[in-house]
Write a protein that binds this ligand. Structure first.
Ligand code: P1T
Length: 381
Protein backbone atom coordinates (compact mmCIF):
# COMPACT_ATOMS: atom_id res chain seq x y z
CA UNK A 1 0.00 0.00 0.00
CA UNK A 2 1.37 3.45 -0.90
CA UNK A 3 1.27 6.40 1.49
CA UNK A 4 -1.85 8.25 0.24
CA UNK A 5 -3.81 5.01 0.56
CA UNK A 6 -2.17 4.01 3.81
CA UNK A 7 -3.22 7.15 5.72
CA UNK A 8 -6.86 6.37 4.87
CA UNK A 9 -6.95 2.57 5.04
CA UNK A 10 -3.77 1.34 6.74
CA UNK A 11 -4.64 -1.31 9.40
CA UNK A 12 -8.21 0.11 9.53
CA UNK A 13 -11.40 -1.99 9.58
CA UNK A 14 -15.05 -1.05 9.23
CA UNK A 15 -16.94 -1.43 12.49
CA UNK A 16 -18.18 -5.06 12.46
CA UNK A 17 -21.61 -4.66 14.15
CA UNK A 18 -23.02 -2.05 11.74
CA UNK A 19 -20.45 -1.60 8.98
CA UNK A 20 -19.86 2.02 10.08
CA UNK A 21 -17.09 3.31 7.84
CA UNK A 22 -15.64 5.49 10.61
CA UNK A 23 -14.80 3.87 13.92
CA UNK A 24 -17.36 4.91 16.57
CA UNK A 25 -16.32 6.97 19.60
CA UNK A 26 -16.46 4.31 22.31
CA UNK A 27 -16.98 6.84 25.08
CA UNK A 28 -16.85 4.33 27.91
CA UNK A 29 -14.53 3.82 30.86
CA UNK A 30 -15.44 0.18 31.47
CA UNK A 31 -16.94 -2.98 29.95
CA UNK A 32 -19.47 -5.51 31.26
CA UNK A 33 -18.18 -8.94 32.29
CA UNK A 34 -20.34 -12.10 32.25
CA UNK A 35 -18.41 -13.55 35.15
CA UNK A 36 -15.22 -12.18 36.81
CA UNK A 37 -12.52 -12.19 34.10
CA UNK A 38 -14.93 -13.37 31.40
CA UNK A 39 -15.21 -10.52 28.89
CA UNK A 40 -14.81 -9.64 25.20
CA UNK A 41 -11.18 -8.53 25.45
CA UNK A 42 -11.97 -5.17 27.01
CA UNK A 43 -11.86 -4.60 30.77
CA UNK A 44 -11.11 -0.95 31.51
CA UNK A 45 -10.35 1.91 29.11
CA UNK A 46 -6.95 2.80 30.58
CA UNK A 47 -5.88 -0.59 29.28
CA UNK A 48 -7.88 -0.87 26.09
CA UNK A 49 -10.50 1.09 24.17
CA UNK A 50 -11.66 0.25 20.63
CA UNK A 51 -11.40 3.84 19.34
CA UNK A 52 -7.87 4.20 20.72
CA UNK A 53 -7.01 0.78 19.32
CA UNK A 54 -8.11 1.89 15.82
CA UNK A 55 -5.96 5.01 16.18
CA UNK A 56 -2.95 3.02 17.40
CA UNK A 57 -3.30 0.78 14.33
CA UNK A 58 -3.45 3.84 12.07
CA UNK A 59 -0.34 5.27 13.77
CA UNK A 60 1.51 1.98 13.25
CA UNK A 61 0.51 1.82 9.58
CA UNK A 62 1.76 5.29 8.63
CA UNK A 63 5.23 4.69 10.15
CA UNK A 64 5.52 1.17 8.62
CA UNK A 65 5.50 -0.18 12.19
CA UNK A 66 4.12 -3.31 13.79
CA UNK A 67 2.87 -1.42 16.85
CA UNK A 68 1.44 2.00 17.71
CA UNK A 69 0.71 3.53 21.11
CA UNK A 70 -1.26 6.73 21.77
CA UNK A 71 -0.77 9.03 24.76
CA UNK A 72 -2.36 12.12 26.31
CA UNK A 73 0.43 14.37 24.93
CA UNK A 74 3.73 14.23 23.07
CA UNK A 75 5.54 14.70 26.37
CA UNK A 76 3.60 11.77 27.89
CA UNK A 77 4.88 9.61 25.02
CA UNK A 78 8.48 10.72 25.70
CA UNK A 79 7.96 10.14 29.43
CA UNK A 80 6.88 6.56 28.67
CA UNK A 81 10.10 5.94 26.73
CA UNK A 82 12.36 7.40 29.42
CA UNK A 83 10.71 5.15 32.05
CA UNK A 84 12.46 2.23 30.33
CA UNK A 85 15.59 3.33 32.20
CA UNK A 86 16.87 3.34 35.79
CA UNK A 87 19.16 5.52 37.92
CA UNK A 88 22.67 6.03 36.49
CA UNK A 89 21.56 5.17 32.96
CA UNK A 90 22.81 7.72 30.45
CA UNK A 91 21.01 9.16 27.43
CA UNK A 92 22.52 11.15 24.57
CA UNK A 93 20.27 13.76 22.96
CA UNK A 94 20.66 16.50 20.38
CA UNK A 95 21.59 20.01 21.57
CA UNK A 96 18.59 21.55 19.79
CA UNK A 97 15.36 20.04 21.12
CA UNK A 98 11.80 21.12 21.83
CA UNK A 99 12.08 23.12 25.08
CA UNK A 100 9.63 20.83 26.89
CA UNK A 101 11.68 17.74 26.05
CA UNK A 102 14.82 19.45 27.39
CA UNK A 103 12.87 20.50 30.51
CA UNK A 104 11.64 16.95 31.12
CA UNK A 105 15.14 15.49 30.78
CA UNK A 106 16.90 18.10 32.93
CA UNK A 107 14.22 18.98 35.50
CA UNK A 108 12.33 15.72 36.00
CA UNK A 109 14.39 12.67 35.08
CA UNK A 110 17.75 14.04 36.26
CA UNK A 111 16.15 14.08 39.77
CA UNK A 112 15.75 10.31 39.49
CA UNK A 113 19.42 9.77 38.70
CA UNK A 114 19.30 9.55 34.91
CA UNK A 115 22.04 11.48 33.17
CA UNK A 116 21.88 13.30 29.82
CA UNK A 117 24.50 14.62 27.43
CA UNK A 118 23.42 17.06 24.73
CA UNK A 119 25.55 17.03 21.59
CA UNK A 120 25.51 18.67 18.18
CA UNK A 121 24.22 15.83 16.03
CA UNK A 122 25.29 17.51 12.77
CA UNK A 123 28.39 15.40 13.17
CA UNK A 124 27.62 11.74 14.08
CA UNK A 125 31.12 11.49 15.58
CA UNK A 126 29.94 13.71 18.44
CA UNK A 127 27.46 10.95 19.33
CA UNK A 128 30.17 8.24 19.29
CA UNK A 129 32.39 10.37 21.50
CA UNK A 130 29.62 10.90 24.10
CA UNK A 131 28.96 7.17 24.64
CA UNK A 132 29.91 5.88 28.10
CA UNK A 133 29.56 2.46 29.72
CA UNK A 134 26.19 3.64 31.14
CA UNK A 135 24.72 4.90 27.86
CA UNK A 136 21.40 3.26 27.03
CA UNK A 137 19.71 5.44 24.45
CA UNK A 138 20.21 8.01 21.71
CA UNK A 139 17.35 10.53 21.46
CA UNK A 140 17.19 12.18 18.09
CA UNK A 141 14.96 15.04 16.99
CA UNK A 142 15.26 15.76 13.26
CA UNK A 143 14.58 18.31 11.91
CA UNK A 144 15.07 20.02 15.25
CA UNK A 145 12.80 22.48 16.98
CA UNK A 146 13.36 25.41 16.45
CA UNK A 147 16.56 25.55 14.35
CA UNK A 148 15.67 22.86 11.78
CA UNK A 149 19.00 21.07 12.11
CA UNK A 150 18.98 17.75 10.26
CA UNK A 151 20.78 14.72 11.71
CA UNK A 152 21.77 11.73 9.59
CA UNK A 153 19.36 9.04 10.87
CA UNK A 154 21.14 6.16 9.10
CA UNK A 155 24.58 7.14 10.44
CA UNK A 156 23.39 7.72 14.01
CA UNK A 157 21.20 4.62 14.29
CA UNK A 158 24.16 2.59 12.97
CA UNK A 159 26.26 3.89 15.87
CA UNK A 160 23.38 3.02 18.19
CA UNK A 161 23.20 -0.57 16.92
CA UNK A 162 26.98 -1.07 17.06
CA UNK A 163 26.87 -0.07 20.73
CA UNK A 164 23.68 -2.04 21.54
CA UNK A 165 21.74 1.11 22.43
CA UNK A 166 18.12 2.01 21.81
CA UNK A 167 17.57 4.77 19.27
CA UNK A 168 14.45 6.92 19.30
CA UNK A 169 13.54 9.61 16.76
CA UNK A 170 11.12 12.47 17.42
CA UNK A 171 9.57 12.69 13.93
CA UNK A 172 7.10 15.48 14.77
CA UNK A 173 8.43 18.12 12.35
CA UNK A 174 8.93 15.79 9.38
CA UNK A 175 5.93 13.43 9.72
CA UNK A 176 5.87 9.99 8.07
CA UNK A 177 4.96 11.69 4.77
CA UNK A 178 8.53 12.97 4.66
CA UNK A 179 10.61 10.34 6.44
CA UNK A 180 10.16 6.97 8.18
CA UNK A 181 12.87 6.62 10.85
CA UNK A 182 12.11 2.94 11.52
CA UNK A 183 12.98 2.17 7.89
CA UNK A 184 16.23 4.10 8.38
CA UNK A 185 17.28 2.02 11.41
CA UNK A 186 15.56 3.58 14.46
CA UNK A 187 13.99 1.42 17.19
CA UNK A 188 11.26 3.85 18.25
CA UNK A 189 9.52 6.73 16.49
CA UNK A 190 7.82 9.38 18.59
CA UNK A 191 5.37 12.10 17.54
CA UNK A 192 3.65 14.99 19.15
CA UNK A 193 0.39 14.03 17.41
CA UNK A 194 -0.88 17.42 18.57
CA UNK A 195 0.85 18.71 15.45
CA UNK A 196 0.68 17.36 11.88
CA UNK A 197 -0.89 13.97 12.66
CA UNK A 198 -3.94 15.61 14.28
CA UNK A 199 -3.44 18.51 11.90
CA UNK A 200 -6.22 20.85 13.02
CA UNK A 201 -4.99 22.40 16.33
CA UNK A 202 -7.88 20.78 18.19
CA UNK A 203 -6.21 18.13 20.35
CA UNK A 204 -3.11 17.35 22.45
CA UNK A 205 -1.68 13.86 21.91
CA UNK A 206 1.47 11.77 21.64
CA UNK A 207 2.40 8.65 19.69
CA UNK A 208 5.02 5.92 19.70
CA UNK A 209 5.55 3.50 16.82
CA UNK A 210 7.91 0.52 16.82
CA UNK A 211 8.55 -3.02 15.60
CA UNK A 212 10.33 -4.78 18.47
CA UNK A 213 8.02 -7.16 20.41
CA UNK A 214 9.86 -6.95 23.73
CA UNK A 215 10.20 -3.18 23.69
CA UNK A 216 6.51 -2.92 22.81
CA UNK A 217 5.53 -5.07 25.80
CA UNK A 218 7.53 -2.79 28.10
CA UNK A 219 6.08 0.42 26.68
CA UNK A 220 2.53 -0.95 26.59
CA UNK A 221 2.89 -1.98 30.23
CA UNK A 222 4.01 1.56 31.19
CA UNK A 223 1.18 3.10 29.16
CA UNK A 224 -1.28 0.99 31.17
CA UNK A 225 0.46 1.11 34.56
CA UNK A 226 1.43 4.82 34.53
CA UNK A 227 -1.78 5.72 32.72
CA UNK A 228 -1.00 8.65 30.39
CA UNK A 229 -3.49 7.53 27.74
CA UNK A 230 -5.53 9.59 25.30
CA UNK A 231 -9.35 9.48 25.35
CA UNK A 232 -11.82 8.13 22.79
CA UNK A 233 -12.98 11.51 21.47
CA UNK A 234 -9.44 12.72 20.80
CA UNK A 235 -8.61 9.33 19.28
CA UNK A 236 -11.49 9.78 16.85
CA UNK A 237 -10.30 13.29 15.91
CA UNK A 238 -6.77 12.04 15.31
CA UNK A 239 -7.97 9.17 13.07
CA UNK A 240 -9.86 11.77 11.06
CA UNK A 241 -6.76 13.99 10.97
CA UNK A 242 -4.42 11.21 9.80
CA UNK A 243 -6.66 10.50 6.80
CA UNK A 244 -5.71 13.86 5.21
CA UNK A 245 -2.06 13.86 6.31
CA UNK A 246 -0.63 13.19 2.86
CA UNK A 247 -2.58 15.87 1.05
CA UNK A 248 -1.97 18.41 3.81
CA UNK A 249 1.77 17.73 3.87
CA UNK A 250 2.00 18.23 0.12
CA UNK A 251 0.68 21.79 0.54
CA UNK A 252 2.64 22.43 3.78
CA UNK A 253 5.81 21.50 1.89
CA UNK A 254 5.15 23.62 -1.20
CA UNK A 255 4.08 26.62 0.92
CA UNK A 256 7.06 26.07 3.26
CA UNK A 257 9.49 26.16 0.37
CA UNK A 258 7.90 29.30 -1.12
CA UNK A 259 8.01 31.14 2.23
CA UNK A 260 11.62 30.05 2.85
CA UNK A 261 12.72 31.29 -0.58
CA UNK A 262 10.86 34.58 -0.09
CA UNK A 263 12.50 35.19 3.29
CA UNK A 264 15.94 34.19 2.06
CA UNK A 265 15.85 36.89 -0.60
CA UNK A 266 14.43 39.58 1.72
CA UNK A 267 16.68 42.51 2.70
CA UNK A 268 15.45 42.61 6.33
CA UNK A 269 16.22 38.93 6.98
CA UNK A 270 19.70 37.78 7.98
CA UNK A 271 19.29 33.98 8.07
CA UNK A 272 16.67 31.38 7.13
CA UNK A 273 16.63 27.86 8.55
CA UNK A 274 14.80 25.47 6.20
CA UNK A 275 16.25 22.08 5.20
CA UNK A 276 14.99 22.47 1.61
CA UNK A 277 17.22 25.48 0.92
CA UNK A 278 20.58 24.74 -0.71
CA UNK A 279 22.11 27.20 1.76
CA UNK A 280 21.11 24.93 4.68
CA UNK A 281 24.26 23.33 6.16
CA UNK A 282 22.58 19.89 6.23
CA UNK A 283 20.98 20.15 2.76
CA UNK A 284 22.74 17.04 1.43
CA UNK A 285 21.64 14.84 4.36
CA UNK A 286 18.13 16.34 4.18
CA UNK A 287 17.88 15.54 0.46
CA UNK A 288 19.01 11.98 1.14
CA UNK A 289 16.55 11.13 3.92
CA UNK A 290 13.57 13.48 3.43
CA UNK A 291 11.02 13.14 0.60
CA UNK A 292 10.08 16.83 0.89
CA UNK A 293 10.87 19.51 3.46
CA UNK A 294 7.62 20.33 5.25
CA UNK A 295 6.10 23.49 6.63
CA UNK A 296 8.43 24.39 9.51
CA UNK A 297 11.07 27.09 9.23
CA UNK A 298 12.79 29.72 11.33
CA UNK A 299 14.48 32.99 10.46
CA UNK A 300 16.43 35.82 12.04
CA UNK A 301 16.08 39.53 11.40
CA UNK A 302 19.02 41.79 10.57
CA UNK A 303 17.82 43.91 13.48
CA UNK A 304 18.51 41.30 16.14
CA UNK A 305 16.48 43.02 18.88
CA UNK A 306 13.55 41.59 20.78
CA UNK A 307 11.62 44.78 19.98
CA UNK A 308 11.89 44.18 16.22
CA UNK A 309 10.77 40.56 16.56
CA UNK A 310 7.82 41.56 18.78
CA UNK A 311 6.75 44.31 16.37
CA UNK A 312 6.72 41.85 13.51
CA UNK A 313 4.82 39.21 15.50
CA UNK A 314 2.24 41.66 16.88
CA UNK A 315 1.30 42.88 13.41
CA UNK A 316 0.78 39.63 11.54
CA UNK A 317 -2.74 39.25 10.18
CA UNK A 318 -2.92 35.82 8.51
CA UNK A 319 -0.30 34.10 10.70
CA UNK A 320 -1.45 33.74 14.32
CA UNK A 321 1.05 34.32 17.11
CA UNK A 322 0.73 31.12 19.14
CA UNK A 323 2.61 28.15 20.54
CA UNK A 324 2.34 24.84 18.67
CA UNK A 325 2.59 23.97 14.99
CA UNK A 326 1.42 21.58 12.32
CA UNK A 327 -2.21 22.70 12.01
CA UNK A 328 -3.85 23.81 8.78
CA UNK A 329 -3.53 27.46 9.87
CA UNK A 330 -0.22 29.31 9.78
CA UNK A 331 1.31 30.10 13.17
CA UNK A 332 4.24 32.25 14.27
CA UNK A 333 6.21 31.79 17.49
CA UNK A 334 9.03 33.54 19.37
CA UNK A 335 11.10 30.61 20.69
CA UNK A 336 13.23 32.51 23.21
CA UNK A 337 10.20 33.80 25.16
CA UNK A 338 7.65 31.10 24.27
CA UNK A 339 8.36 27.47 23.33
CA UNK A 340 12.02 27.46 24.44
CA UNK A 341 11.84 29.82 27.44
CA UNK A 342 12.54 26.88 29.77
CA UNK A 343 16.07 26.52 28.35
CA UNK A 344 18.49 28.71 30.38
CA UNK A 345 19.51 31.83 28.42
CA UNK A 346 23.24 30.94 28.07
CA UNK A 347 22.30 27.52 26.62
CA UNK A 348 19.76 29.12 24.29
CA UNK A 349 22.25 31.67 22.98
CA UNK A 350 24.97 29.04 22.60
CA UNK A 351 22.85 27.04 20.17
CA UNK A 352 21.54 30.11 18.31
CA UNK A 353 18.09 30.84 19.77
CA UNK A 354 18.55 34.60 19.70
CA UNK A 355 16.08 37.44 20.38
CA UNK A 356 15.16 37.93 16.71
CA UNK A 357 14.65 34.24 15.94
CA UNK A 358 11.10 33.70 14.70
CA UNK A 359 9.64 30.27 13.97
CA UNK A 360 6.86 29.78 11.42
CA UNK A 361 4.53 26.86 11.02
CA UNK A 362 3.45 27.45 7.44
CA UNK A 363 -0.15 26.36 6.95
CA UNK A 364 -2.11 25.34 3.89
CA UNK A 365 -3.65 28.72 3.02
CA UNK A 366 -3.03 30.38 -0.38
CA UNK A 367 0.67 31.15 -0.33
CA UNK A 368 0.15 34.62 -1.85
CA UNK A 369 -1.74 35.64 1.31
CA UNK A 370 1.06 34.32 3.52
CA UNK A 371 3.76 36.14 1.55
CA UNK A 372 1.77 39.40 1.56
CA UNK A 373 1.35 39.14 5.34
CA UNK A 374 5.11 38.67 5.81
CA UNK A 375 6.00 41.41 3.32
CA UNK A 376 3.74 43.81 5.24
CA UNK A 377 5.29 43.15 8.67
CA UNK A 378 8.86 43.11 7.36
CA UNK A 379 8.30 46.72 6.17
CA UNK A 380 7.76 47.68 9.83
CA UNK A 381 11.08 46.41 11.24
O1 P1T B 1 2.96 19.43 23.27
P1 P1T B 1 3.07 17.93 23.26
O2 P1T B 1 2.02 17.25 22.48
O3 P1T B 1 3.24 17.37 24.64
O4 P1T B 1 4.42 17.57 22.45
C1 P1T B 1 5.70 17.89 22.90
C2 P1T B 1 6.64 18.05 21.73
C3 P1T B 1 7.54 17.03 21.45
N1 P1T B 1 8.39 17.12 20.40
C4 P1T B 1 8.39 18.17 19.58
C5 P1T B 1 9.35 18.23 18.44
C6 P1T B 1 7.49 19.22 19.80
O5 P1T B 1 7.51 20.25 18.95
C7 P1T B 1 6.60 19.18 20.91
C8 P1T B 1 5.66 20.28 21.22
N2 P1T B 1 6.00 21.52 20.64
C9 P1T B 1 5.33 22.68 20.80
C10 P1T B 1 4.24 22.84 21.56
C11 P1T B 1 5.90 23.82 20.05
O6 P1T B 1 5.23 24.85 19.85
O7 P1T B 1 7.06 23.71 19.62
Amino acid sequence: MKFNTKVIHGKQKHEPATGAVMVPIYQTSTYAQASPGKHKGYEYSRGENPTREALENAFAAIENAKYGLAFGSGLAAIDCVIRLFKPNDHIIAGDDLYGGTYRMFTKIFSKYGLTFTFVDMNNPENVSKAITKNTKMIWLETPTNPLLKVADIVAITKISKENKLISAVDNTFATPYIQNPLDLGADIVMHSATKYLGGHSDLVMGALMLNDDKLYEQLKFTQFAAGAITGPMDSFLAIRGVKTLAIRMERHSSNGMAVAQFLESHAKVSEVFYPGLQSHPNYEVAKKQMRSFGGMLSFKLKDNSQAAAFKLLENLKVFTLAESLGGVESLANHPSTMTHASIPEPERLKIGITESLIRLSVGIEDVEDLLADLENVLKMV
